[in-house]
Design a protein around this ligand. Structure first.
Ligand code: UTP
Length: 298
């Protein structure tokens, strides 16, 4: 295939998980709808995909999907009220989410793991390479890494994962890469292990929620058996690709050193809120002042 064959325009955004770490907030609404300041997590993710040049998005949704779809749809009566009031700023903010991209939706059915969610995109994606952005994982727009991953995929035709250095005590929460040759922040991934114990982890490089995959990965996923936690793991399919590059290309990693938040985790969610809010024009200065006083109380 020429580099043209590896050009990517489609993104898959899995957002069908149960969000058990955030209960009871996620009992009746998806965790991807929790707001960071005044925008739901999912909108940050969609904006990142669009900023990287991806125009055709497929969201994998599950129970309580309506709020996700509604958020990216028009609300005519709300627009009318804001327009009558002459409140252009708010009008623009509600219109922004429904003009972002061409967003499609499909349901996962049972949430049987991330690999299973990605497999639901097979017919929409067809024979094209595609990006996967986890719907609860925010990468700060000031430190974007998806464009670099897309470029690497286009140049090499390999599957690309985003990796991040994590402390030893957190490594058991992630899929972890065993790496070969390294060129700056780009590494060859020779193996992957899902959620290893700290002393069995092959490195401190954890897979975070951004991937660029070849369509052959669907074939691998179809024959991937449920792994850890009884779920079909994307990590297991990537491990297979890394070990058998003749099937679906090899796997490379881009080491990301910027700001990234797993908003499905309560502490990370609060950190994301604070780091994004302190730089907001409308509330940033006041929040900084308050935080300075508050830190003295700790
Ligand atoms: P997580 O493992 O963080 O989601 O998956 P979860 O299962 O909802 O988390 P907890 O542990 O119960 O809190 C990462 C992303 O993959 C999606 C999730 O919605 C999230 O955006 N996902 C996960 C699916 O779409 N389907 C699944 O079966 C699992």
């Amino acid at each position: 295939m020429t580099s043209k064959g590896f050009r990517v325009s489609k993104a898959v955004i899995p957002a069908a998980g149960l969000g058990t770490r955030f209960l009871p907030a996620t009992k009746a609404m998806p965790k991807e709808m929790l707001p960071i300041v005044d925008k739901p997590v999912i909108q940050y993710v969609v904006e990142e995909a669009v900023a990287a040049g991806l125009s055709d998005l497929l969201m994998i949704t599950g129970r309580n999907k309506n709020t996700l779809e509604n958020h990216f749809d028009r609300v005519a009566e709300l627009e009318q009220v804001l327009s009558q009031k002459g409140d252009e700023k708010k009008l623009f903010s509600v219109q922004a989410s429904n003009q972002l991209a061409d967003i499609h939706y499909t349901r996962q059915g049972d949430p049987r793991g991330l690999g299973h969610a990605v497999l639901r995109a097979k017919s929409h994606v067809g024979h094209n390479s595609f990006a996967v952005l986890l719907g609860d994982d925010i990468i700060d727009s000031r430190d974007a890494c998806l464009s670099q991953m897309l470029k690497l995929h286009e140049e090499t035709g390999d599957n690309v994962v985003a990796l991040m250095e994590v402390p030893k005590e957190q490594i058991h929460l992630y899929g972890v890469a065993s790496i070969g040759a390294q060129d700056g922040d780009v590494v060859e991934v020779i193996d992957l292990v899902e959620k290893p114990e700290a002393d069995k982890a092959p490195s401190n490089l954890a897979v975070i929620g951004r991937y660029v995959l070849r369509p052959e990965m669907f074939d691998i996923l179809e024959s991937t058996q449920p792994g850890r936690g009884g779920e079909i793991q994307l990590t297991d399919a990537l491990q297979h690709a890394a070990k058998h590059p003749e099937i679906a290309g090899g796997v490379r990693g881009v080491i990301f050193r910027g700001r990234r938040y797993d908003t499905g985790d309560k502490l990370d969610f609060i950190k994301a809120t604070l780091r994004i809010a302190v730089d907001r024009e409308d509330i940033g200065d006041d929040l900084r002042d308050w935080l300075k006083g508050f830190s003295k109380e700790l």
